[in-house]
Design a protein around this ligand. Structure first.
Ligand code: SF4
Ligand code: SF4
Length: 472
């Protein structure tokens, strides 16, 4: 029944195959020879199968676990250097007809404030985000065909790209909307979106149906096959994710990698990103009622095992996680973080009154973007606002090809420095600016191509003179 090239959800995420994988991993969790072989394969940076990765996740040998962490850190450095890309979520509408039991936007929640931004309100929100320094957004909507139809979503994307305020610009809009039709995905692709993001929540069909008792999202197959339709509609970059805490993490982990294998097998390109959200407290939601919460150590191991299994896939961690937890995950494989996030509709322009709260979850890391940028630099990372690839047409298999042979570094590194320079010129506090200028000077020394270095140095001077938007 298991068939990675099938178009049917229950065949490419075969429940029997996941169970057989968990059994295999359990039997081999102390099998030193097998674990060594898998680690040797992982060191070749070509990725691991879901079965191999599951053995590493189950591994109980402390010394081998330390090796997994070291390898994850090394692979992270090889593929992403010390750069961390920054983005912010933008909640546009929390009207939703679904009944997801872990989300405060579920249709039965009558006491959360329901909001949908007008184009004018989007302008205000986007200008607030631009004034923070953001260049890359992930826009979020509940599923409601009447309140949030596709035309409205397309209009919002258009509005966001059109706003030029001071030196600000949103250069990449990633979109997180409910599973939809090929035709609608085509419209999104034509609107110039970056990544299409859709979290699976859980791959366990039975649990999925219980957790989504009402609304169109109840349909497991339609939801799970969404990325196929997105790719058929011309969207090259898709972002996967599960909501850890809903089901057993080992199950989710194996199935998530099977999903990645399916996309690779059918479309020749795996997921552009993988997100690793954990369930959080919110209005009408108590995370403690879900039995499958994972602690920080298991969470770190999941991130490390994803890193060694799909080395070329970006990994995202949001402000759901605390500063301390994010710090740990950065070492192990995370390549993108959000900063200064608000998870409510209209939350950037104005703080919401207590009785009109509309946030999707409580943010754990509440620092401003400037504080996050400074923190990253103090930890030795280069905060990057780069959005070059999709604007240069480096998407899908073209992007993956550059990524897999590690050539993408030649673009990412100077782009990170140039976009950081823009941030320092336009938005940074004095202390952040001082740290950033030193970092750029130091990092320019590591640009290996003399030609690229010369061009980048010229661009950095031009940025000081007020010019913007350079990229390789
Ligand atoms: Fe609606 Fe998404 Fe929340 Fe489900 S998770 S209730 S689909 S906004
Ligand atoms: Fe991302 Fe491409 Fe920029 Fe690198 S060059 S940071 S891969 S957008």
């Amino acid at each position: 029944m298991y068939n990675p090239t099938s178009s049917k959800a229950e065949e490419f995420i075969s429940h029997e195959e996941v169970l057989a994988t968990l059994e295999y991993a359990q039997q081999n969790k102390n099998n030193e020879d097998l674990i060594d072989n898998i680690l040797e394969k992982a060191k070749r940076r070509k990725g691991l199968s879901h079965r191999e990765a599951s053995v590493l996740l189950a591994c109980q040998i402390e010394e081998k676990n330390q090796e997994i962490y070291r390898l994850a850190e090394q692979i992270k450095k090889d593929f992403y250097g010390n750069r961390i890309v920054l983005f912010a979520p933008l909640y546009i509408s929390n009207y939703c007809v679904n009944g997801c039991v872990y989300c405060p936007y579920h249709a039965q929640n009558k006491h959360i404030a329901r909001k949908k931004l007008t184009q004018e309100e989007i302008r205000t929100e986007v200008m607030a985000l631009q004034d923070m320094g953001h260049k890359r957004l992930a826009i979020e909507y509940g599923e409601d065909p009447e309140m949030n139809p596709m035309d409205y979503i397309l209009e919002c994307i258009d509005t966001i790209y059109s706003i030029k305020h001071k030196n600000g610009a949103i250069r990449r809009v990633n979109v997180n909307i409910a599973a939809t039709t090929v035709e609608n995905y085509r419209k999104l692709a034509e609107a110039g979106i970056g990544t299409y993001i859709l979290f699976q929540e859980t791959y366990h069909k039975e649990s999925y149906e219980k957790l989504h008792p009402t609304g169109p999202k109840h349909n497991y197959a339609y939801h799970t096959e969404a990325m196929d339709r997105a790719m058929q509609g011309g969207i090259d970059d898709v972002g996967l994710g599960v909501l850890f805490g809903l089901e057993l993490y080992k199950y989710e982990f194996a199935a998530l990698l099977m999903h990645a294998e399916h996309l690779e097998a059918v479309y020749g390109v795996g997921p552009h990103t993988i997100s690793v959200p954990r369930i959080r407290r919110a209005d009408d939601i108590d995370p403690d009622v879900f039995d499958n919460g994972i602690d920080d150590d298991i969470f770190a191991k999941i991130v490390a095992c994803i890193r060694v299994s799909v080395p070329y896939t970006g990994m995202i961690v949001s402000t759901r996680e605390s500063q301390q937890c994010r710090e740990k995950l950065l070492h192990l494989g995370v390549s993108q973080v959000s900063g200064g996030s608000r998870t409510s509709v209209g939350g950037y322009a104005e703080q919401e009154p207590e009785d009109e709260r509309s946030e999707q979850f409580e943010v754990s890391d509440t620092r401003s973007l400037d504080e996050v940028v400074k923190w990253l630099m103090e930890l030795g990372y280069i905060p990057s606002f780069c959005t070059a690839c999709y604007r240069e047409g480096r998407t899908g298999d073209r992007f993956m090809e550059l990524c897999k042979n590690q050539q993408i570094q030649n673009c990412c590194h100077p782009n990170a420095l140039m976009t950081l320079k823009e941030y320092l010129e336009d938005y940074a506090s004095g202390e952040t600016k001082r740290l950033g200028e030193d970092l750029i000077l130091k990092e320019m020394e590591h640009v290996s191509s003399e030609k690229v270095k010369r061009i980048a140095l010229g661009n950095l001077q031009d940025i000081e003179q007020g010019k913007r938007d350079f990229r390789f």
